[in-house]
Design a protein around this ligand. Structure first.
Ligand code: FEO
Length: 169
C-alpha cells in the first residue's frame, strides 16, 4: 500500500492538474472572445490533456490502494491583454507544474517507493514536452509581432490540433 505522505502529495498534484485544466479553459474562453478560434481549439485540447494527467494520478492511487481526496479548485485568471501574454502565462505555469512534479518525485524517493518513481517518470517526460510546446508557440507569436496575417497563420495551425488520449505510466 502507498505511504500516506505520497498519497497526500499525489492528491495535491491531482488538484494542480485540474487547476491547469481550469486555467486553460479560461484561456480558451479569452481566445473565443477575440475570435481566434484556432487558439481556442488548442487550449480546449490542452484542457483534455490536463484532465487526462489528473485522472492518470487518480487511477494510479486506486491501483495502489490509496485514497483519492479531491479539494477545491482555485479560481483561474480570466483577463488577458494579448495572445503573447497568454502564452507567457502558459509557459510560466508549465514550469511551475514541472517543479511540482519534481517535488512529487522527492516525496516518492523519501518513501522509497520504486513503483511510484517509475510511474512518475512519465510525468517528468511529459513536462519536457509541455514546456517545449509552450515555448515554440510563444516564439512564433513573438516573431509575428503586430503582423495580423502571421497571427492568423498561427491560429490556423493551432486549429488543426486534435486530442490523442495519452497512455500514462
Ligand atoms: Fe499536466 Fe500541462 O501539465
Amino acid at each position: 500500500m502507498i505511504k500516506e505522505t505520497l498519497n497526500n502529495a499525489i492528491n495535491k498534484q491531482i488538484n494542480e492538474e485540474l487547476y491547469s485544466a481550469y486555467l486553460y479553459l479560461s484561456m480558451s474562453a479569452y481566445f473565443e472572445e477575440i475570435s481566434l478560434k484556432g487558439f481556442a481549439n488548442w487550449m480546449k485540447i490542452q484542457v483534455q490533456e490536463e484532465i487526462a494527467h489528473a485522472t492518470g494520478l487518480y487511477d494510479y492511487l486506486h491501483a495502489r490502494d490509496g485514497k483519492v481526496v479531491l479539494d477545491a479548485i482555485q479560481k483561474p485568471n480570466c483577463e488577458w491583454n494579448s495572445p503573447i501574454e497568454v502564452f507567457e502565462a502558459t509557459l510560466k505555469h508549465e514550469q511551475f507544474i514541472t517543479s511540482k512534479i519534481s517535488e512529487l518525485m522527492d516525496v516518492a524517493e523519501e518513501a522509497k517507493d520504486r513503483a511510484a518513481l517509475s510511474f512518475l517518470q512519465w510525468y517528468i517526460k511529459e513536462q519536457v514536452e509541455e514546456e517545449s510546446t509552450a515555448k515554440d508557440i510563444l516564439a512564433k507569436l513573438n516573431f509575428a509581432g503586430a503582423d495580423t496575417n502571421a497571427l492568423l497563420l498561427i491560429d490556423n495551425e493551432l486549429g488543426a490540433r486534435t486530442f490523442n488520449p495519452p497512455v500514462i505510466g
